[in-house]
Design a protein around this ligand. Structure first.
Ligand code: PHE
Length: 365
């Protein structure tokens, strides 16, 4: 080995030690600049090669190139090793202890409307209902006509319903309305699905109303069952079970009071037992009744309007107001506060985002 090669080998061994003991990327970069940078030592030595002659220049050039490649490679290796070590250190530090209990939640709550929808869906989902949806902007036919709602029905009046521009001006049944109830989804489902049908429909509904118990936008959940042998006993069993589960009172008194809806026949309003003694309202036993939902056997005319043979199929339907259920269950006195986006209200009446209502895990927490 001639002198040049020996001195290169010596240099490489010195630099390798420096590189291998460097403990951060900055030190490595400093070494790279000092040796291989534009004004670096090795770069300078490359420039000096020009002064040598013939064979000497060739040998020195080859040796210098080898040195350069070796330094670059050892810088790369060290860099990789550092990245690996850093990753390992981070993995050690960020190790998750999955046995820790969840930290108490201080921000972000589930709104009582969402909570109540989730609770109702948990109860009725368990009974075999699946969730269906429909548009908020309906047409007159789905919202009224198909549901056997006569032209002079109060719900059809301009001052009760929000009508929108659009639709076909020559055909009143194509007039656009903000749906006044979730019942048009009964129609859409029966048009598109063969019985047996078992759906619930949570969604927004709209009416020209505004006071402590009415808001122009509110939420309902519709229920619809259609099958060959569905009867009033199924309606009663389903709704009694629902009321008891929702309010968490196993023997809650439930009463079916004859009523009228154009789309059901017979129709029944459902009341639950309560007491108003001592000023406040308590759900459960008492000598008073509180109306909570509307229901009935699907009117055969409605089945026929959807192309379902009413001599083969029958069914029941119900509709309930979400805000009303939430107000009763959680003691919220004024409906308007649901939509004021007041964080203090939400912190008070809101629910943990970490808990999803279910029949096994419990409805609320
Ligand atoms: N759509 C009715 C309402 O909004 C409720 C209802 C639904 C009644 C289904 C009977 C059957 O008042």
């Amino acid at each position: 080995m001639d002198d040049i090669e020996a001195s290169h080998a010596q240099l490489l061994s010195e630099l390798s030690t420096a590189i291998d003991t460097a403990d951060n990327l900055d030190t490595l970069e400093a070494i790279r600049v000092a040796e291989l940078g534009k004004k670096g030592r090795i770069t300078g030595m490359m420039k000096e090669l020009g002064k040598l002659e013939g064979d000497a220049r060739k040998t020195a050039g080859q040796s210098l190139n080898k040195l350069k490649t070796a330094i670059a490679a050892s810088l790369e290796d060290r860099k990789d090793a550092m990245a690996g070590a850093e990753l390992n250190a981070r993995l050690m530090e960020e190790r998750v202890d999955v046995s820790l209990p969840a930290r108490p939640q201080t921000q972000g709550f589930i709104h009582p409307v969402s909570q109540t929808i989730d609770e109702v869906v948990a109860i009725l989902g368990e009974m075999g209902f699946s969730v269906a949806e429909g548009p908020d902007v309906e047409d007159d036919w789905h919202n009224f006509t198909a549901l056997n709602i006569p032209p002079d029905h109060p719900a059809r009046q301009e001052h009760d319903t929000f009508y929108l521009p659009g639709g076909n001006p020559d055909d009143p049944e194509e007039r656009h309305v903000l749906r006044t109830h979730t019942s048009p989804v009964q129609i859409r489902t029966m048009q598109n699905q063969e019985p047996p049908i078992r759906i619930i429909v949570p969604g927004r509904t709209y009416r020209c109303d505004y006071d402590a118990t009415h808001s122009p936008m509110f939420h309902q959940i519709e229920g619809l069952v259609v099958d060959k042998a569905t009867h009033m006993g199924h309606l009663k069993g389903c709704l009694i079970e629902f009321c008891r589960a929702f309010f968490g009172v196993d023997d809650l008194p439930v009463r079916f009071r004859p009523s009228y809806f154009p789309f059901t026949e017979p129709s029944a309003e459902v009341d639950i037992g309560c007491t108003r003694e001592g000023g406040g309202l308590r759900i459960g036993h008492g000598d008073d009744w509180l109306e909570i939902l509307g229901s009935g056997m699907v009117n055969p005319k409605v089945l026929e309007n959807c192309g379902i043979d009413s001599t083969i199929y029958q069914g029941f339907a119900f509709g309930l107001g979400i805000e009303r259920l939430a107000m009763l269950k959680y003691g919220i006195p004024d409906l308007r506060t649901f939509y004021e986006s007041d964080l203090r209200w939400l912190r008070h009446y809101g629910f943990s985002a970490l808990h999803t209502p279910s029949m096994v895990g419990g409805l609320e927490r």
